[in-house]
Ligand binder design. Structure first.
Ligand code: NDP
Length: 247
């Protein structure tokens, strides 16, 4: 399964799940654009990991939640690189809190980054994909978008919205040979989940049939499948990578 000659952009590709996806796509031969917004060191580390393993990568800084920044940067990237074949909308944040106490800015920040950001990036990327009549888009959703979660009403809404985005885009772009799918991870060990208190982690584990938190590589494998040859007849779908915690 080779992605040689393909350019891939992974938003939030500098850390966590995004880093694992960047490494995996690069190992399949893609030239990877590693995006970040605030921490250049993590992005440089990811780029080095890719080149050390024999792959190629560039770093591209922009804020997915800023329409102009995201779309202009992707436009320029396409101009410079000649094409953008694969987009993984992975950048995401949490701003947890119970609904009664949730501030409007926490709602907006999470919706803007996790949902609107994916829309902006996909809008810019599909221009190039439509011309080439080939494209693969994978949106990183979450089990929380399906099951809901107390204290994460903003995050759950954004991730549930991503399902509508995925299916509608899949329908709009199918005739141009652009597939659009989602991967919905359960609890994966990253900076996002590291901060959870031990007793909460133990509680979560108790609800997972496979009895452990997931690894970033588990999510990267699902993305690799969807963008590779084996996934070419799959569109508008969601692969759940959650150890069975939501079926
Ligand atoms: P991390 O917090 O480890 O990494 C987040 C990444 O997103 C970083 O690269 C960060 O860049 C980038 N990012 C954040 N905001 C923006 C922005 N506005 N513009 C561009 N980049 C941005 O997250 P995870 O790896 O844990 O999560 C990745 C995705 O997977 C998210 O969409 C998350 O919702 C989803 N997910 C995660 C789960 C988990 O258990 N970890 C479970 C289910 C879904 P920088 O470092 O520069 O800020």
């Amino acid at each position: 399964m080779s992605l040689k000659g393909k350019n891939a952009l992974v938003t939030g590709g500098s850390r966590g799940i995004g880093r694992a996806i960047s490494l995996r796509l690069a190992s399949m031969g893609a030239h990877v654009f590693v995006n970040y917004v605030s921490n250049p060191y993590a992005a440089e580390e990811t780029q080095k990991m890719i080149t050390d393993a024999g792959g190629t990568a560039d770093i591209v800084a922009f804020n997915v939640a800023d329409a102009e920044d995201a779309q202009e940067t992707i436009k320029q990237l396409i101009k410079d690189a000649g094409s953008l074949d694969i987009l993984v909308n992975n950048a995401g944040i949490t701003r947890d809190g119970l609904m009664a106490r949730m501030k409007e800015e926490d709602w907006d920040a999470v919706l803007d980054t996790n949902l609107k950001g994916a829309f902006f990036c996909a809008k810019a990327a599909t221009r190039a994909m439509m011309k080439k009549r080939w494209g693969r888009i994978v949106n990183i959703s979450s089990v929380i978008g399906f099951a809901g979660n107390a204290g994460q009403i903003n995050y759950a809404s954004a991730k549930a919205g991503m399902q509508g985005l995925t299916k509608s885009m899949a329908r709009e772009f199918a005739t141009r040979n652009i597939t659009v799918n989602a991967v919905a991870p359960g609890y994966i060990v990253t900076d996002m989940t590291n901060d959870l208190p031990e007793e909460i982690k133990e509680k979560i584990k108790a609800e997972i049939p496979l009895a452990s938190l997931g690894r970033v590589e588990d999510v990267a494998g699902a993305v690799a499948y969807l963008v590779g040859d084996d996934g070419e007849y799959i569109t508008g779908q969601t692969i759940h990578v959650n150890g069975g915690m939501y079926m």
